[in-house]
Design a binder for this molecule. Structure first.
Ligand code: ATP
Ligand code: MG
Length: 615
């Protein structure tokens, strides 16, 4: 599948992928049309600093699409020595919840902490937009802040309700806004269609004084929801439908999570957004392509208010869409509410918290976001690209450990009962500096059930009756006897070890085709292992509008594994490669009494193999 950059497959992408540290050290940063604009604006002195913002609406958890936007906005601040504000776009009173605000702060901190942290614009507690006179005009500005996160807060658009209201009054005084009594349905009908001009509202020519009076009474709570709106007076025949006297304020007698019952009129997104950018001193307001059609309104509002400071400008880029994934908050919310997943941070979710819980690192996500590139055309990115970036990082950094997911007991009949040996195991073959460790070996071991077959096909190079296999870091063993229970299930293998075949021994370079992993039965520790897979079975789950019908029934399998004792000291910030199996991370519910690991990602792309088989 082609991804948005026109790259055909993962192999092509792989040549481009390098760890984050390398990129930052060896080359400045990615380059794209937005970074070019920022660079040119700075060089031309159009702006003294690059100031961006990330403005999530707190009506759900952040997903990997937001991660792309976060890395772009904070990345620009980081690369150009600028500032990026985290701003809650919380002007809609009905939808926001405190839980979402908290999760957004946590996710942003996690994703960019230690990377762009000192470039993060956060508001010192208690500080709000201050009114001041600039060039004889009343203006609102928040001093830009560059600082560490501790003890500071994100910005809230709802903190600007007062200045936004003042700007609305100003617009009325300039004859550029009016109070309209049309109902929501009538307003809609008057708007016309893209190929058909709208009709002027009968209230369009109200006098300034009457508008001021009605707007004040709207604010005072005199009218019920929907009775009146404040609208911009632009052009009902404009080809761009967003310029047809858009609603700026509506009446909502609803409590707001941040401002309580102080307000019963609330600004619309388009009005609040450009002015919030202005108040915060944002220079480059970067959003996704669907806001392209809103840009003329963004500019109209700022220009018509005749604001005294430099105006922010809006730029659009293509949003991230991933195969085998649904991305919109609304759909993710359905998965949560209908209990199709365990919550917003279910490790199968494409949310930042889900990816984190699954074991994906912040650096891998940032690296993914950097390699995506920023373009102007929408497309679909193969989720294999994300998986590749994760594997690439883990392969370099994850220590290897031995674990057996579906244990089958093996007794080495010629090995002394009480003998215990320490064998040398390599921590990471690609990184000799990570050293070696001792693994304990004894007469009874566990191997993977999959690594034994009774009636094996000729090319099966693992263990079979009468066959030989090498135990990783240890001996060659031969299977002599298969023990079954009453139901015919294999419960144990009896084998002999070639005692001379250990590394360094006289027959150590004797060739056998297969090598398998194992753990010592006497020393193994138990762990629950959660094997996560893609949540959907088809590349575009919502193509037919019924994404829930394509949920992968095998997206989670829980097994009870036997692990080498070193995994008792597993740390949450570390990733582990269980040799020959996959990469794992400690699950957040894991305790000393009950060890739990999540499979973050398999060693190879099993889905690509499946696809090939199907062809
Ligand atoms: P969704 O459509 O998933 O519900 P949203 O656009 O409603 O998301 P917001 O909270 O409004 O979510 O988004 C905050 C910022 O993140 C916006 O600037 C938006 O353009 C950006 N963003 C949202 N989704 C994506 C995506 N898939 N890729 C890149 N940026 C995104
Ligand atoms: Mg939105």
């Amino acid at each position: 599948m082609k991804n948005r950059r026109g790259l055909k497959n993962v192999r092509e992408v792989s040549r481009l992928v390098r760890p984050m540290s390398e990129i930052i050290e060896r080359e400045a940063a990615p380059s794209d049309f937005i970074r070019d604009i920022v660079g040119a604006d700075l060089a031309a002195g159009k702006t003294g600093r690059a100031h961006t913002r990330f403005p999530p609406e707190p009506n759900g958890y952040l997903h990997i699409g937001h991660a792309k936007s976060i890395c772009l906005n904070f990345g620009i601040a980081r690369e150009f020595g600028g500032i990026c504000n985290l701003r809650m776009d919380d002007t809609n009173p009905a939808k926001e919840e405190v839980e979402y605000v908290d999760s957004i702060i946590e996710d942003v901190r996690w994703l960019i902490g230690g990377w762009a942290v000192d470039r993060l614009g956060l508001k010192p507690q208690g500080k709000t937009a201050e009114a001041r006179m600039v060039n004889g005009k009343r203006d609102f500005e928040i001093e830009p802040v560059v600082g560490a996160m501790a003890g500071m807060e994100p910005f809230y658009a709802s903190d600007y309700f007062e200045p936004l209201h003042d700007y609305a009054v100003e617009l009325i005084k300039l004859g550029k806004a009016y109070v309209c009594d049309l109902s929501p349905e009538e307003t809609e009908a008057y708007r016309g269609a893209p190929d058909q001009p709208g009709r002027n509202s009968p209230y369009r020519e109200r006098a300034v004084e009457e508008n001021l009076d009605l707007f004040a009474r709207m604010r005072a709570g005199e009218f019920p929801n929907g009775a009146r709106t404040l609208r911009a007076k632009i052009d009902m025949a404009a080809p761009n439908i967003w310029l047809r006297d858009p609603v700026l304020y509506r009446i909502r007698h609803t409590e707001h999570h941040h401002t309580g019952s102080k307000w019963c009129i609330y600004p619309m997104y388009d009005f609040a957004h450009c002015l919030s950018d202005y108040i915060e001193g944002v220079t480059h307001s970067i959003c996704t392509l669907e806001f392209d059609v809103h840009r003329p309104l963004y500019d109209w509002l700022l220009e018509n208010l005749k604001l005294p400071r430099t105006l922010p400008r809006q730029f659009e880029f293509a949003r991230l869409s991933l195969t085998y994934t649904v991305m919109s908050k609304r759909k993710l919310m359905q998965l949560v509410n209908e209990k199709l997943v365990s919550g917003w941070d279910d490790p199968r979710m494409p949310t930042i918290s889900g990816l984190r819980r699954r074991g994906v690192t912040a650096s891998a996500l940032r690296s993914f976001a950097y390699h995506l590139g920023i373009t102007k055309y929408d497309g679909l990115t193969d989720v294999a690209v994300l998986e590749h970036v994760i594997r690439e990082e883990f392969n370099k950094e994850a220590p290897r450990r031995l674990a057996v997911l579906r244990p089958l007991k093996v007794v080495l009949t010629n090995y002394p009962e009480d003998k215990v040996e320490e064998l040398d195991a390599v921590n990471n073959p690609g990184a000799p500096e990570m050293g070696t460790r001792k693994v304990l070996f004894g007469r009874e071991i566990y191997i993977e059930r999959d690594d034994f077959m009774e009636a094996a096909p000729p090319k099966y190079f693992r263990l079979r009756p009468g066959g030989e296999v090498r135990l990783k870091y240890g001996y060659i063993i031969r299977c002599d006897e298969v023990i079954k229970d009453a139901t015919g299930e294999i419960v144990e293998l009896r084998c002999t070890a070639d005692i001379e075949s250990k590394s360094g021994g006289p027959t150590s370079d004797r060739k056998v085709k297969g090598t398998i992993h194992w753990v010592s039965a006497r020393h193994a520790i138990d762990a629950e292992v959660r094997l996560y897979d893609r949540l959907f079975t088809v590349p575009e789950p919502d193509a037919d509008g019924d994404f829930k019908a394509h949920i992968n029934p095998n997206s989670l399998e829980i097994v009870h594994a036997k692990c080498e004792p070193a995994l008792r000291d597993a740390r949450p910030e570390e990733r582990y490669q269980f040799e020959r199996l996959a990469y794992f991370a400690l699950e957040k519910e894991s305790t000393a009494e009950k060890l739990i690991f999540n499979r973050t990602i398999t060693l190879k792309d099993a889905w690509a193999k499946e696809l090939k088989k199907g062809n």
